[in-house]
Design a binder for this molecule. Structure first.
Ligand code: 13P
Ligand code: SF4
Length: 335
């Protein structure tokens, strides 16, 4: 642990965390559990207890493959739900009850049914950052690393893309498509002349990524002229356009590993910079420390230990919803 975390944490803190890590690993082995850890987990957790780390697509793929039981998901609720949808007979544990997501909270299953009625016959793609009942109403899921591939897989002139407004705009820009946002009374039919828009979005936003602005980028560039700026696709299209690279959390990490810029900054949840430094101490990261995902930050080593000790908090998905949501997830995993 000292080797992995020595560049970030003082020894006494590492000693304290080491006791937790030892106990987590002991119970994990005893129970035959697997721990999946999202790239946003704090360094002391990310570098120690997960068997598999990654972005939301990689973790969904890992959940689809694992034989271990229980699955402890060090991430947020929609990710743990995805694991449960893929593993109905296993116990899936989310270490903190409050680990939600502002995007997942921005749309309901009823909203999707309304969209379906408004735009009959048009495929609906949902970002994986939604709850199971929303996924159950959709035709496919996607993550930021495969969004445009999934949208294009429908071979449909028009696709509804929910719930992230900025991700939808970024996908529209990447695929050279128009985008519209429905208002309550908007009526559109595919037979309408000049029906040229191909993405229909929704006004959901990530409370973390919406905070970054083009002014922040200008300030960064004037303070650090040689900085390479990487933005998550949940940032606004203007921020993505002014950045040097945009991609999922894993794609950002990979890009830093394979390039040699004098310094980097990540426009995303700030724990990721610590995780990159821990593994690549030779990389110079400009670190932000005020833009945090309050939901991801709910998950700590202490919570993870309690999850394994007390079998908490068990994720349940009603069977009728699970079966329908799984179809949308399977379509994502097949592509
Ligand atoms: P990734 O799929 O890039 O890991 O993103 C998940 C997420 O919630 C980013 O805010
Ligand atoms: Fe949700 Fe944003 Fe947190 Fe990701 S960073 S889990 S999208 S609130």
């Amino acid at each position: 642990m000292q080797q992995k975390l020595g560049a970030l944490l003082p020894d006494f803190d590492i000693r304290y965390k080491a006791e937790l890590v030892y106990e987590i690993n002991r119970i994990k082995k005893e129970r035959g559990a697997i721990i999946l850890g999202h790239n946003y987990m704090e360094a002391a957790l990310f570098q120690t207890v997960p068997d598999i780390v990654g972005d939301s697509l990689e973790l969904a793929r890992a959940a689809a493959k694992t034989n271990a039981d229980p699955i402890v998901f060090c991430g947020v609720r929609f990710m743990a739900e995805t694991a449960k949808i893929l593993n109905p007979d296993k116990t899936v544990l989310l270490p903190a009850q409050k680990a939600g997501c502002s995007l997942a909270a921005s749309i309901t299953a009823e909203d999707v049914r309304t969209l379906r009625n408004q735009f009959p016959g048009i495929p609906i793609v949902t970002y994986i950052n939604t709850y199971a009942d929303v996924k159950a109403e959709c035709d496919a899921c996607c993550t930021s690393s495969n969004a445009h591939k999934i949208v294009e897989s429908f071979k449909s002139q028009t696709v509804i893309f929910i719930p992230d407004e900025y991700l939808a705009q970024n996908v529209a820009r990447e695929t050279n498509k128009h985008i519209i946002f429905p208002t309550k009374d908007l009526k559109i039919t595919t037979s309408q002349p000049n029906f040229e828009y191909t993405l229909i979005g929704w006004h959901g936003k990530c409370e973390v990524h919406e905070k970054f602005s083009v002014d922040d980028i200008k300030n960064l560039r004037s303070q650090f002229p040689d900085v390479m700026i990487l933005a998550h696709p949940e940032c606004s299209p203007a921020v993505v356009e002014h950045s040097d690279f945009s991609g999922s959390t894993t794609k950002m990490i990979e890009h830093i590993k394979k390039t040699n810029a004098p310094r980097y900054v990540l426009l995303t949840e700030c724990s990721m910079a610590d995780n990159i430094i821990a593994e690549n101490p030779e990389k110079e990261m400009v670190r932000l420390c005020s833009i945090r995902c309050p939901h991801m930050n709910e998950i700590t080593l202490e919570d993870t230990l309690n999850a394994l000790r007390n079998n908490q908090y068990i994720i349940e998905v009603p069977e009728d919803i699970r079966v329908r949501a799984k179809k949308a997830i399977d379509r994502m995993l097949e592509n």
